[in-house]
Design a protein around this ligand. Structure first.
Ligand SMILES: Nc1ncnc2c1ncn2[C@@H]1O[C@H](COP(=O)(O)OP(=O)(O)O)[C@@H](O)[C@H]1O
Ligand SMILES: [Mg+2]
Length: 245
């Protein structure tokens, strides 16, 4: 008999193509979905990277919905929805889970942090947030408050561009907090552009592009290579960027 594994909670994901009525329409038209065969999750952290529009949010949202999260993010108790923009991809995803279920969940959707904060205020959901409204903090402070005080470990956490709110030093703080939660038996799926977060070693990086999806090494990512080139020679690169034709 197969032994129950502590982690990963999510093992892999496949797309059930048989049932797709309109393969050429969104969301199946995006290359990441089009070419999706199987995506094997890392037991600790799986990063989704790719250009703007490559489908990271669509995929993350579909995973969240397939797992029973509300489409706007938050915990599984926060089943609210403010916009009718949810794709049907989740209906076609086949996610294999291990036998052990996560004890905690959180889905941070980049665009809807405000809604999560409002909802937390309305239902008085602030015990875990040091009793201070998330609206009275900066976006970055609020995110770190969630990371450090709300997430309890042994959880499944989906984040969409969590770095958007964070200064570089706070991104390093976030990396350390993510590591504590990993040590505490948590699994993350994180869509990100942050060369800082991507450096976290207990992870795999999955690149979404016109060819579909594939695993890449940290040093192969544009995030690493371009940031490095830019910082090493920023004056010349900026001059090139702004030079008249
Ligand atoms: N509700 C929608 N209807 C049609 N197309 C959409 C919808 N949401 C996103 N798209 C398109 O799907 C593609 C992937 O978007 P998205 O998942 O947001 O990319 P990313 O998060 O990687 O920037 C983009 O081309 C985007 O314009
Ligand atoms: Mg996105």
């Amino acid at each position: 008999m197969e032994q129950p594994q502590a982690k990963p909670y999510l093992r892999d994901l496949r797309l059930d193509r048989e049932q797709i009525a309109e393969p050429d329409a969104y969301p199946f038209s995006i290359p990441a979905a089009h070419a999706l065969d199987v995506l094997v999750f890392h037991p600790d952290v799986t990063f989704l990277v790719g250009e703007n529009g490559s489908g990271k949010s669509t995929l993350l949202e579909a995973i969240a919905l397939a797992m029973g999260f509300g489409p706007e993010g938050g915990t599984r108790n926060m089943q609210f929805k403010t916009a009718d923009t949810v794709s049907t991809l989740h209906d076609r995803l086949r996610i294999r889970q291990s036998l052990r279920k996560p004890r905690d969940y959180f889905f941070l959707r980049a665009e809807s942090f405000y809604n999560v904060a409002t909802y937390a205020d309305e239902v008085g959901y602030l015990g875990g947030y040091e009793d201070k409204s998330l609206h009275n903090r900066s976006h970055g402070e609020a995110f770190l408050a969630i990371l450090n005080h709300k997430l309890r470990g042994q959880g499944l956490y989906l984040f969409d561009e969590p770095e958007a709110a964070l200064s570089p030093s706070r991104q390093m703080t976030a990396l350390a907090s993510i590591h504590s939660l990993v040590e505490d038996g948590s699994q993350f799926i994180i869509a990100t552009h942050s060369p800082i977060l991507l450096a976290y070693p207990r992870s795999k990086i999955v690149l979404l592009d016109a060819d579909g999806i594939r695993e890449v090494r940290y040093e192969e990512t544009e995030h690493y290579a371009i940031t490095r080139r830019f910082l090493n020679d920023y004056q010349r690169m900026v001059e090139e960027l702004i030079r008249p034709e």
